[in-house]
Design a protein around this ligand. Sequence first.
Ligand SMILES: [Zn+2]
Length: 333
Amino acid sequence: MPEGPSVRKYHHLVSGFVGQQVIKTGGSSKMLSPASFQSLWLQDTQVHGKKLFLRFDPDEETRSHGNNALPEPLEGERMEEAGDQKQAVGSDSQKISDPSSRSPELAVPSGDDGLDCLGGDSPAGDAERWLEVRFGLFGSVWVNEFSRTKKANKKGDWRDPIPRLVLYFDSGGFLAFYNCQMSWSSSSVVKPNSDILSEKFHRGQALEALGQEQPVCYTLLDQRYFSGVGNIIKNEALYRAGIHPLSLGSLLSPLQLDVLVDHVVEFSADWLQGKLQGRQQHQQIYQKEQCPAGHRVMKEAFGPPGGFQRLTWWCPQCQPKVPPDKPEQGQLS
Ligand SMILES: [Zn+2]
């Protein structure tokens, strides 16, 4: 599943189409009829954690979006990007397909602009105009081109992935959404203060959650406090902070928790920046056999009892456990 930085990149790509009308549709989605998007105007887009939101209106100008508008220069730049260049981003392991489309000057969009003003001024009938997109393992958004298969399947077929939804806009460009679930929602569900990549990220709330008497690797994946964090960010931030994944938050010092949150935010922001510049994010521990210091890396699935168990990589030397494990017999006596 794409983590926060990938979804921010998709948001950045979709932003270039805001203000345009859908003139043709396609895609295989059964949940939502692609044809129902015909003639709608894409009026806004937001990102929250791993979810992407697109607002559609039947009319070009239905209401003012308040201070939602982005500064003009960035707007122009994004339109140009979407209109003139092919850009595509695959899942986490893929590179941007066209290196010529790299735009090192691109500013990181503060994608949550105006989130707090959503909902408040919306009349009741205004609900359900936000398309909520949740990406699957190989979920992605492509701009002005379709995803092509890179290898044949077991039967030897070269079958390209089928987009769930394709939206063609009046500018001549199009967006293709792959491997995602989509549903209509009201904007009120959007809370930027748990989004690790939002300027409104609430550090105090995150620190308090981390300090609970439970392994920090569980809390980091809790989207209520760390929206946008996935398994890669979890592993990398814990390694960089020198904290064992199963350390109980309640036994870590305030400084350690602080450093951990710093690494979550820094790693995520750096990853996003890299995505916007076509640079691959360097991982130090995730899926590695050795840590950068040359120690052997451990790998095991960890998760709350009865919850989703996620493969976790850690270095027992660089990330000592708190509290240390008792000797084998300790629990029996
Ligand atoms: Zn190590």
